[in-house]
Design a protein around this ligand. Structure first.
Ligand code: CAA
Length: 251
């Protein structure tokens, strides 16, 4: 029997899930079907009340080596438009629960863009990041020219996108692309430690905080502050707010 391309394992006690990209022969290259399967898996977990935080990972060799070049080589602009990968990328943006990318090996092209759609990136020492599309005569098409400069600044994003060169995990940490770098064998354990902590907080507060931080990339400061205020106020309608504040005051 053929192995599933997306593996999902749920820890109901900790309220976390690990989603593993499992297309090893192609280094997790993101074909339409594969990205679609990932979308379905993540949206299913987003609706599952026994999961509060998700870890997305690949293999030790590759988180994901980008869009599937075999499927792109003979494409036309209209073909790409009809394929509507963009719809799948946009759909990933709608996920409410926090996602931690646990990246080992290559996270390049669409793979780097996928890691950047996640809410945090924990990198193994062997991780490599890059936007090599320029070497294929194209440019990033899933957020590489938009999210990367917001994370690492204009000049470093220009260097990565215009040269196509990869950077190491340590450099990715130095420039603010990843949250931390850990020994490769510790990657999942580290991601789980962070995920467990997030998953133990108020579900609504976590999701509202995620939503508010993401809005900061799309709104003016004043609109963003108004949005934040509404989400902040909504947290006062949760049992967790009542319980946690009461517990603090009575300890
Ligand atoms: N698409 C399809 N197949 C891919 C792939 C991709 N993006 N990346 C790797 N593979 C396949 C290879 O063709 C190879 O298959 P075979 O064994 O059948 O020959 C297999 O995965 C292993 O790859 P390599 O032998 O090349 O492994 P390596 O360790 O020597 O090199 C690598 C690894 C540096 C990641 C190299 O595979 C590579 O450069 N891959 C292409 C990366 C790339 O250019 N990505 C950008 C794609 S465009 C994009 O992502 C657009 C966007 O913004 C959405």
């Amino acid at each position: 029997m053929e192995a599933a391309n997306i593996l999902v394992s749920i820890n109901e006690t900790k309220k976390t899930a690990i989603v593993t990209l499992n297309r090893p022969k192609e280094l997790n290259a993101l074909s339409y079907d594969f990205l679609n399967e990932l979308n379905v898996a993540l949206h299913t977990l987003d609706k599952n009340d026994s999961v509060n935080c998700i870890i997305l990972t690949g293999s030790t060799k590759a988180f994901a080596a980008g869009a599937d070049i075999k499927a792109l080589a003979e494409q036309s602009p209209i073909g790409i438009w009809k394929m509507d990968m963009y719809g799948l990328w946009q759909s990933l943006k709608q996920l409410k629960k926090p996602i931690i990318a646990a990246v080992a090996g290559f996270a390049i092209g669409g793979g780097c863009e996928l890691a950047m759609i996640c809410d945090m990136i924990i990198a193994a020492e062997n991780a490599q990041f890059g936007q090599p599309e320029i070497k294929l005569g194209i440019m990033p098409g899933a957020g590489g020219t938009q999210r990367l400069p917001k994370l690492v600044g204009k000049n470093k994003a220009m260097e990565m996108v215009l040269t196509g060169n990869f950077i190491s995990a340590d450099e990715a940490y130095r420039i603010g692309l990843v949250n931390k770098v850990v020994p490769t064998e510790m990657l999942i354990l580290e991601a789980e430690t962070t995920a467990n902590l997030i998953a133990s907080q108020s579900t609504i507060a976590v999701q509202m905080a995620k939503e508010s931080i993401l809005k900061s990339f799309e709104m003016s400061l004043n609109d963003g502050l108004a949005f934040e205020r509404r989400n902040y106020m909504a947290c006062f309608d949760t049992p967790e707010q009542k319980e946690k504040m009461k517990a603090f005051l009575s300890k």
